[in-house]
Design a protein around this ligand. Structure first.
Ligand code: UT7
Length: 333
């Protein structure tokens, strides 16, 4: 019997306000041409004054529940991946839990910056495999605009706000695999494997220069872009290889790559290394910019709702972020 988690539904939310490169170039010394050429980003969504991470997360979670056809009362674990919580504590997840109407189980925040969603997928999947949760709401939500230094053109043009969510549920005794008459560990629908890594020796490449215990301020994002780029290309190639190898698969078997959306050049490089054609990569970075933990579930939701990702498709998710942290998940949709 194979116990596994199936993604039962997804949802996402973007704030109303769109800020184009053109608009940004009136505030900081930059231009559309530089931003598009170096990153592929054309615009980003920015949360309204007073709109908090919990508001974005709640909207995405409600849409995911509706898509899954599952009531909030069924959810017994809520994991919210975020770097921009409403407050230092309580966990933003508990606020979303309450507003969603989830009364069972537990809710907590997870901090792995841009890798938050793949880390959350690993946590959710392992809770389900261990039998400690049956229905997990996994959300990636950020108001990254609140921790940007709007005078630092090397970072402020790169990020945006948004939220995405998926509902995972336990497949009773590997029901899907059995129904399909399949037995191998990489057969049937659901999360096939997750892989996460971190290397604290690279803390100083991407960080926030504040925090409750250090400066008692929230701080701003600081990044050595060139070095992060270099690590991203290497680490993402290795995590993809690790994932394929663990499942006995080749790059050719992948139907969709849904990467963390940091920079179009990083996406292109990963695709090139894999030999994947551009049509198999879900790209949203030009419209969403880098929404950190929200970027994968936002892209995933878009590709599911517009009919690109279909039941049975093999979907590879991968990300890298501050820490450095990186990881991947392979899902049979
Ligand atoms: O999600 C977490 C993971 N994060 C990432 O993956 C980000 C990875 N890094 C990157 O995406 C790229 O390194 C950046 C997009 C951040 C920067 O691109 P780059 O090609 O590495 O540029 P650079 O940092 O080497 O800067 C090149 C030039 C510099 O000018 P000089 O020193 O050559 O005269 C910068 O000052 O571009 C200048 N520059 C800008 N010019 C116009 C930097 N930011 C801007 C800007 N507008 N916004």
């Amino acid at each position: 019997m194979i116990k596994r988690s199936i993604i039962a539904g997804c949802g996402s939310y973007l704030p109303e306000r769109v800020v184009t490169n053109e608009e940004l170039s009136k505030e900081v010394d930059t231009d559309d041409e530089w931003i598009v050429a170096r990153t592929g980003i054309r615009q980003r969504y920015i949360a309204a004054d007073g709109q908090q991470t919990s508001d974005l997360a709640l909207a995405a979670a409600e849409r995911a529940l509706e898509h899954a056809g599952i009531p909030a009362s069924d959810v017994d674990l809520l994991v919210l991946a975020t770097t921009t919580p409403d407050q230092t504590f309580p966990a933003t997840a508990t606020k979303v839990q309450h507003r969603l109407g989830m009364t069972n189980g537990a809710a907590f925040d997870l901090q792995a910056v841009c890798s938050g969603f793949v880390y959350g997928l690993a946590v959710a999947d392992n809770f389900i495999r261990a039998g400690q949760a049956k229905t997990v709401m996994l959300i990636g939500a950020e108001t990254f605009s609140r921790i940007l230094d709007w005078e630092d053109r090397t970072t402020c043009v790169l990020f945006g706000d948004g939220a995405g969510a998926v509902v995972l549920r336990a497949a009773e005794n590997g029901e899907d695999a059995e129904q399909a008459g399949e037995t191998g560990h990489n057969r049937g629908r659901g999360v096939l494997s997750t892989h996460i890594h971190s290397d604290g020796a690279t803390n100083d490449l991407l960080y926030v220069d504040g925090g409750p215990s250090s400066t008692q301020t929230v701080g701003h994002v600081r990044m050595n872009g060139r070095e992060v780029f270099r690590h991203a290309v290497t680490n993402l190639a290795s995590i993809v290889d690790e994932t394929l190898e663990a499942n006995g698969l080749a790059a050719d078997d992948i139907d969709w790559l849904v990467p963390h959306q940091a920079n179009k050049r990083i996406l292109d490089s990963t695709a090139r290394k894999l030999g994947l054609p551009a049509e198999k990569i879900v790209v949203t970075v030009e419209r969403h910019a880098n929404t950190s933990a929200a970027s994968i579930p936002l892209a995933l939701d878009e590709a599911v709702k517009d009919g690109r990702i279909k039941t049975g498709d093999l979907v590879l998710l991968e990300a890298m972020g501050g820490g450095l942290t990186w990881g991947a998940g392979l899902v049979r949709w």
